[in-house]
Unconditional design. Structure first.
Length: 55
């Protein structure tokens, strides 16, 4: 039974399937964050009429 945060952390590393699922989830969240950032940047450029990349 998981009673503390330490127990939870240990359980993640002891359960290979859970660990792999969490890694896959973290990777998907990073891709989502990158896509959201890119979409936001494109929208801002479109709103303000900025063409091309700024340096």
């Amino acid at each position: 039974m998981i009673e503390t945060l330490d127990d939870f952390a240990k359980s993640i590393f002891e359960d290979e399937e859970l660990f792999n699922d969490l890694c896959e989830f973290a990777g998907a969240m990073m891709k989502l964050s990158d896509a959201r950032s890119e979409a936001t940047e494109k929208a801002i450029k479109r709103i303000y009429g900025i063409e091309g990349e700024q340096k």
